[in-house]
Ligand binder design. Structure first.
Ligand SMILES: N[C@@H](CCC(=O)N[C@@H](CS)C(=O)NCC(=O)O)C(=O)O
Length: 254
């Protein structure tokens, strides 16, 4: 089977999900890290139907989207499977994966770009370990337009970022419950683990969020699966937006 080619962006959480899947399957691959925003044209020019990463060339096919890629990898390389054989366990994993892709993934993306816009220099921390070696001068000139463009493309408005943060305590409880019932964080990772762990790791790149996530079962599970993740954004978000998280972590006597 020929080597796969993964189109990615530095720090892209669904692209890291696909890397984890490829490693799990033992599929040899190379990564092409693209420049944010410019990547849209490159991915289209490479023949993919959409303009987002992760996009994967594998086995003569062009696969796009982390969930579609998960299903197709299981079809092309069935062992080891990413979905449990037991029907009920499989149903739960698919529910968790769908939540991770449809809700958590984009919410974290919106919070992130809102915070990076407030702390623009932090964008450089996402380049560490990437295949996008930008000379410091180029990085300095391009980071402003990239941050602005990503903020716009992802609709990372204050309103959206704050609303997502308000949902986070309930979502973290849901994720912890999935760890406790074995849907997530088991000995053998599944498709939902690959989807969710990277969003949690990206959220933990924000110093504002890390203390509210790291010690929780889902934070620990994400760290086990993804021990290293790029990015470190200093405290940036308005304190009032973090009140729901502080409240969730407090005890009645606080
Ligand atoms: N839900 C899709 C979303 C993919 C997605 O939106 N990827 C981002 C990067 S993390 C992207 O390419 N966004 C377009 C942009 O930044 O212009 C997936 O899981 O593959």
């Amino acid at each position: 089977m020929s080597k796969a080619t993964l189109f990615s962006l530095p720090g892209s959480h669904p692209a890291v999900s696909v890397k984890l899947m490829l490693d799990f399957k033992g599929i040899d691959y190379r990564t092409i890290d693209l420049m944010p925003l410019i990547h849209k044209g490159v991915v289209r020019a490479a023949g993919f139907p959409g303009n987002t990463v992760p996009a994967l060339k594998f086995n003569g096919e062009k696969l796009q989207g982390s969930v579609e890629i998960a299903r197709e990898l299981d079809r092309i390389v069935p062992e080891p499977p990413m979905l449990p054989a037991d029907e009920e366990a499989r149903r739960q994993v698919l529910i968790a994966e769908a939540f991770g892709e449809a809700e958590l993934q984009h919410a974290v993306r919106q919070i992130l770009w809102n915070a990076v816009r407030r702390e623009p220099r932090s964008i450089a921390t996402f380049l560490e370990g990437s295949g996008l070696p930008l000379p410091p001068k180029v990085a300095a000139y391009t980071s402003g337009p990239i941050i602005w463009g990503e903020y716009k493309v992802n609709d990372s408005t204050d309103e959206n970022a704050e609303a997502n943060l308000a949902k986070l305590p309930e979502w973290l409880d849901r994720l912890d419950a999935w760890v406790s019932d074995g849907t997530l964080g088991g000995e053998t990772p599944n498709a939902a683990d690959f989807q969710i762990a990277t969003s949690i790791r990206l959220a933990m790149a924000l110093q504002d969020l890390r203390p509210h996530i790291e010690a929780r079962p889902i934070g620990q599970a994400a760290k086990r699966l993804v021990p290293v993740y790029p990015g470190d954004v200093p405290p940036a978000l308005p304190s009032a937006w973090l009140a729901p998280l502080r409240k969730a972590g407090s005890t009645p006597s606080d």
